[in-house]
Design a protein around this ligand. Structure first.
Ligand code: FES
Length: 279
């Protein structure tokens, strides 16, 4: 075993694999130390959290101190300081989701699972979190499982979702990818190693695009901007991205239409029609 591997705490094969991944990550930046954020995801993909070994590895690979690595790892909530569950279930309890039922969902899940915020079930399956906006307010209240969207949730639907995850069943998010990966798999993607699934499914459904639809109906334009109809001919990458979103108008079928797989539907509950519905 090499001296570096012995010092890191990883076995030789693991160390060699992580070092190879590190080289790919570091190559993206002009300065080695700039690679720290994806490096922390990389060690989470190995250990399931930012372990002591992971901190030492990052420090050694990037030529910085363990204290500097720890300072960053403790700043961001996405870096876990203790072993995370296979699935992070994040309940949005920010203002909109909270008043639409997010607080009730969190309380129900917390009682059902017997864990509080940032705590993990005894079987290691689920780490429960309060999340301050999942960036999906148009589908409030929203729950995320390893950053995949589960829209328009209810307390009963969310507890059934948790039960299915703990039972090892496949669950389908309501938008985006067709299935949920594990925390370690997700961490590797966040380290910058694509699993090729980023464009699976439809990200923006009807509620997301309501403003654009209204703008087109009323011929509204942003000051100095192109008319909505002209947005189909982008001249920049940003314009192309906007036009991609625009082209989805009329394609109201997002994964929000995976009605048989949403927890709320599975329980037979009828969400309050006033909640998170299309205008
Ligand atoms: S307030 Fe819940 S997703 Fe934004």
């Amino acid at each position: 075993m090499t001296l570096e591997a012995r010092r890191s705490g990883y076995d030789e094969a693991t160390y060699a694999r992580l070092a190879q991944d590190t080289a790919a990550i570091v190559a993206r930046y002009p300065e080695k130390r700039s690679a720290l954020l994806p490096m922390l995801h990389l060690v989470q993909s190995q250990d399931g959290y930012v372990s002591r070994d992971g901190i030492a590895f990052c420090a050694e690979q990037l030529g910085i101190t363990a204290a500097e690595v720890s300072a960053v790892a403790t700043f961001y909530t996405q870096y876990k300081r203790h072993p995370n569950g296979t699935y992070t279930v994040g309940v949005c309890t920010n203002t909109l989701c909270a008043i639409m039922g997010g607080d009730e969902i969190f309380e129900e899940l917390s009682e059902h699972l017997g864990v509080g915020h940032d705590e993990t079930t005894e079987d290691g399956a689920i780490t429960l979190e309060r999340v301050e906006c999942n960036a999906a307010c148009d589908y409030a209240p929203v729950v995320m499982v390893n950053w995949e969207f589960f829209d328009n949730q209810t307390p009963a639907g969310a507890t059934q979702l948790a039960d299915r995850l703990r039972a090892g069943e496949d669950v389908a998010p309501t938008r985006g990818a067709a299935s949920v990966c594990t925390f370690k798999q997700m961490s590797r993607v966040l380290a910058g190693f694509s699993d090729g699934r980023a464009d699976e499914g439809v990200g923006a459904g009807g509620p997301t695009l309501a403003g654009l639809r209204l703008a087109r109906e009323h011929d509204w334009t942003a000051p100095g901007g192109a008319a909505p109809e002209q947005a189909d001919e982008p001249t920049t990458d940003a314009g192309a991205a906007a036009a991609d979103g625009a082209s989805a108008v009329g394609q109201e079928q997002s994964s929000a239409e995976r009605t048989t797989t949403t927890p709320a539907d599975a329980t037979g509950e009828t969400p309050d029609a006033s909640k998170g519905k299309q205008p």
